[in-house]
Every structure is written in C-alpha cells, then in structure tokens.
Design a protein around this ligand. Structure first.
Ligand SMILES: Cc1cc2nc3c(=O)[nH]c(=O)nc-3n(C[C@H](O)[C@H](O)[C@H](O)COP(=O)(O)O)c2cc1C
Ligand code: SF4
Length: 540
C-alpha cells in the first residue's frame, strides 16, 4: 500500500522530471541533506523514501561517492585472474578511497577491465594503463569477434534506415497481424525465462488504459554476458524498431530503455540513434526515454526494474499482478529484453513462419552467445538454436587457450557445466533444462582447471548476498549464511554440515520470492554433483 502511494506521487512528475534521476543527480553531486529534503518535499514523499533509494545502489551510496575509477569484479575477470595486478597498477594513480568496483563492464573477452571517466577499458600492463590516463580520455573501443552460423537476424547490417523503418508504417494499423506473426514465430524472451513474447503484446493490447508503456530491459547484469551491449552499440535501430512497433501494436506512446550504468557507450549510442530517428522524422507519436542504472544486479528483475524507474527502493514486487496489467507507474507495460525486441523487425519482414523454421520446434530462431577470454577467439556469435554447443566451441571459439574444467552458462544463476557434458548439449532452452542446466542469456564463462570450485561457489553466494533486494528472508539471510559457511570452511578448522547446507539450498530454492535467491542453488548443486571429489573435503 505504501509503495502504491509513493508510486502515485512519483508518477505525477513521471518520466519528465523523474524521481530516480533526481535522486541519482543529487547523489552524484554529493548534495547536502537539505537538498535531498527539498527533493522529498517537491515530490511530497517522506525523506526516508529518498534515503532508501539513494543508499541502495552501488554508484549512489554515500560511501562510494568519491570513487573515480571502478575495477571490474565480475565472474569472467575473476576467473581470468587479471584484477589483482590491474588494481595494483591502478593504485599507482589513485588513492584507495577513489577506487571502487563494478560487477562486469562487458569486457569479458579481454578482462583486465575497468570503468573510468564515462568509458570502459582493458589494460593488461602498467604501460597501457598510463597511456589511457595520459591520452586525454581517448576512447579505447571495445573490439571482439562477431559471427553467425545461420541466417543473420541480429548481426546483419541495416542498409537503409528509411526502408528499415518503413516496415513499421506497413504494420502500424495491424496490431492483430503483428501479434499473429509473433505467435507463429514462437519468439521467446531472451532475458532468461523464455516466455512467449506475443503473449505480452496480446495481454497489454487488451488492457483498456489510455497510458501504457514499453520497457526495454537493458540492465544485462549477468557477468560474462555482453550480447545486449553488442546490440545497443552495433544494432541500436533493431532494438528501437522493436520497441516502437510493440508500442504501436498495444497503444503505448512511450518506450523506456533501462540501460546499466556500466555501459556508458551503450547509453551514448542508443541516445544518438534516438536523435537520428527524431531528426529524420522516422517515428510518429512515440517518444523514447533512457534511464541509467546505478549499479544493481537485482534491477534486471522486471519488477525491481519498474520500481527503480519510479524512484522507489528496487525491491521485487509480488506477482500477480504482472507488468502486463500493472507495470510502470501501475500502468499496463510490455517489458522485455533487448534481444527479444531486436528480433521483431526480421520476423515482420520475413514472416513468423520463416523465423519458426530456424532452430528447434520449441526454441525457434537464433541466440546471441557471449564467449569469454579463455576461448581462442572470444566474441559475440549469433547461433541458430539447436546447434551443438561443441560446434560453437570448435567453429567460433576455436578451442581454449588453456585448460578448463567447466563453464558457467547463463550468468550467476545459470548452471555449472563440466567440460565433458558439453558434447551432450545443444544451444536451446530444452537441451540445457533437460540436463539440469540453464540457457539463460547464453553467456559462457570458463572455469580454469586450477581455479578452486569452492572459491567459485563462494563467489556466487557472495554475489547473491550482495545483490539481494532484501524483500524476502530466505535470500536476504540465507545467501549470507551460505557465504559464511563456504568462507569458514576454507579459512578455519570447520566442515560444513551437508544436511544443513542442503536444507539451506532447498529453503532458498522454494522459499525465495524471485529467481535471485531461488536460482543460485542450481549452479551450487551442479558443482556439488560434478565436482564432489574436489569439494567433499569442505563438508562433514
Ligand atoms: C535477479 C534477476 C536479474 C535479471 N536480470 C535481467 C537482465 O539483466 N536483463 C533481462 O532482460 N532480464 C533479466 N531478468 C529477467 C527479467 O526479470 C524478465 O524475465 C525479462 O526481462 C523479461 O524479458 P524477456 O521476456 O524478453 O526475456 C532477471 C531476473 C532476475 C530474477
Ligand atoms: S529472492 Fe532475493 S532478490 Fe528476490 S525478492 Fe527475495 S530478497 Fe529480493
């Protein structure tokens, strides 16, 4: 109820004078208590609301306001073991209180990654680092291999922007046809859950509201994933077209892109693409708005993301109601992932049937796959669903630079797949599910043979504990307890009670409100199953 009231008050100024952006601005400027108080008064909300929001996010917390440089502490950089040396090199240039952290800045293909002065970089040596600091903030660029093993849908070039957007006009008064083509295509959400996209459009189009929204989830929080970053930086118009067409279909006049703050280039490039659309008059009666994330993994969860845009503390909402009925500012909202939206142009241009002919029956089309730096050719590959994963490794990754024992596929909540199981898997939702893993957002993070598995699962538990929104206690408390046990077993004369640990995993799995607490037991159980020999000495 309290949240509903705050939402109503925040919605009065809405996206134009957005509460979350106001809070972020004041935090970044290290404003005084009085400034924050004035903001609360302007929105007629209690000081505690503004305080609750500003202290939630990594980049806004009072203790992080002096940070000038953010060293990546994401999973891919951790297993590559590059960050210790990088931090030492950075400490030659910055005071300890000026050095912060960011959980993945999308350089998983090179590592040694950090964010500085609104840019992201990789620097393997002190020399490279010095060049960055002395080159007057010259951009380094974020280069990686790009390829496809099928009809390129997401990685193809747009030849002519006018022609590209002309398709939107063709479908502008045919919402039923748009929904029908998407239904035939069987396009499923690419953010992880694989929910049929057409169903969201259908549900929102049936809602009788004057105000509806399209929200693009560009928070890409999974360390190891950079496919949404690729789309925003190389194919922004595919994403914008998808949002615009979805808006026309359901009767929404506003599209919001929630882009993570760790991707400053994506924010710049999408912004330029929006300006280009406006300058060329390619869209009618539709406006875009970019909201910049402020360093929080849980904001990728759809309802936390909506609360975040509204300036509330980004706690996960209880569902139902779903965003399609009660979304942004309580209005019907189509909320989907960047890659999901990016497929729409090809589907409408070529027909849902052609799309459904690619991939498998249940997992149609293609999927972008992010390969990390352990592959000989790391990069971004558009792979037809149903392709053997071994083929992706051989034909695109070209094998590994050094020995690895497992891969985590699909982010921190995705499965830990031992290398010998890869040959049994194809790249689609069903194959990974049936073998006890997850496709998720299809990021591949390699775990080297000499990287202790106990350290890997400890990292996952710590990540969950750090990123928990705190709404439900199995995750809020359970993730900390799990982390403590794993840490203590390595540092003290202590063995983990296996029954207690299994009970904790079960509590997290069935008692958590969302898939952060509910999902982390999956990789941990995979590790316990496949790396029992290595892990058993830590358990009683
Ligand atoms: C903890 C957590 C983090 C998530 N992070 C993301 C994210 O970064 N990007 C994303 O698209 N979906 C993320 N999701 C999934 C979203 O909640 C939602 O299912 C998705 O955005 C819907 O879009 P889709 O149907 O196109 O996949 C996350 C879910 C959870 C539980
Ligand atoms: S599982 Fe964790 S992140 Fe999800 S609602 Fe509960 S406390 Fe929040």
């Amino acid at each position: 109820m309290a949240n509903k009231n705050i939402r109503t008050l925040s919605s009065r100024k809405g996206l134009n004078d957005n509460l979350f952006e106001n809070i972020a601005k004041l935090s970044n400027e290290a404003a005084t208590e009085q400034d924050f108080h004035q903001l609360s008064q302007k929105f007629m909300i209690d000081d505690s609301v503004v305080f609750g929001t500003s202290t939630f996010y990594d980049f806004l917390k009072p203790e992080n306001r002096d940070k000038k440089i953010h060293v990546c502490n994401g999973t891919a950089c951790m297993v590559a073991n590059t960050q210790k040396e990088l931090s030492i090199n950075i400490s030659n240039h910055f005071q300890a209180n000026e050095i912060g952290h960011a959980a993945c800045v999308g350089h998983c293909h090179t590592n040694s990654a950090f964010m500085y002065n609104e840019n992201t970089y990789s620097a393997k040596t002190n020399e490279e680092l010095k060049n960055i600091f002395t080159s007057n903030n010259k951009k380094q660029g974020n280069k990686y291999a790009i390829g496809s093993n099928t009809t390129p849908i997401l990685t193809s070039k747009i030849d002519n922007l006018n022609d590209f957007y002309a398709l939107a006009e063709e479908f502008s008064n045919k919402p039923e046809q748009v929904i029908e083509e998407l239904k035939i295509s069987n396009l499923r959400g690419r953010g992880g859950a694989g929910f049929p996209f057409w169903f969201k459009l259908d549900a929102v189009s049936m809602e009788d509201y004057a105000q509806k929204y399209i929200v693009c989830n560009a928070d890409e929080g999974d360390p190891g994933a950079y496919s949404d970053m690729y789309l925003m930086e190389h194919q922004p118009h595919k994403v914008l077209f998808g949002m615009y067409t979805a808006g026309k279909c359901v009767g929404a006049d506003t599209g919001v892109l929630y882009i993570r703050g760790e991707y400053p280039d994506s924010i710049r490039i999408v912004n330029q693409a929006i300006e280009e659309l406006q300058d060329k008059n390619l869209i009618q009666n539709f406006k875009f708005k970019i909201i910049r994330g402020q360093g929080s993994y849980v904001c990728g969860e759809e309802t936390a993301l909506l609360n975040s845009i509204e300036g509330l503390r980004p706690e996960v909402r209880v569902r139902p109601p779903y965003p399609a009925q009660y979304g942004l500012y309580g209005k019907p909202t189509v909320l989907s992932n960047v890659e999901t939206f990016a497929n729409i142009h090809w589907i409408l241009n070529n027909g849902g049937k052609s799309y459904a002919e690619l991939g498998t029956k249940q997992s149609t089309g293609t999927k972008l796959v992010s390969l990390d730096s352990f592959f000989n050719t790391p990069g971004m590959y558009e792979i037809e669903m149903g392709t053997p994963i071994q083929t992706v490794f051989d034909d695109f990754g070209k094998g590994f630079k050094s020995e690895i024992k497992a891969l985590q596929i699909g982010g921190p909540l995705g499965g830990i797949v031992p290398l010998h199981k890869i040959k049994d898997l194809t790249l689609d939702f069903e194959s990974l599910n049936n073998h006890g893993f997850l496709l998720g957002h299809a990021s591949f993070v390699s775990i080297p043979t000499d990287f202790p598995m106990i350290k890997f699962i400890e990292h996952l538990m710590k990540f969950t504990a750090d990123e928990s929104c705190g709404k439900c206690y199995p995750c809020r408390i359970g993730a900390h307890r799990g982390f403590e046990m794993l840490q203590k077993a390595q540092n003290e004369d202590y063995k983990i009670d296996r029954q207690l640990f299994d009970d904790l995993m079960e509590t997290l799995e069935i008692g958590s409100l969302c898939a952060l607490g509910g999902g982390v037991p999956l990789p941990i159980k995979n590790a316990l199953q496949y790396f029992d020999k290595e892990l058993k000495r830590y358990f009683a």
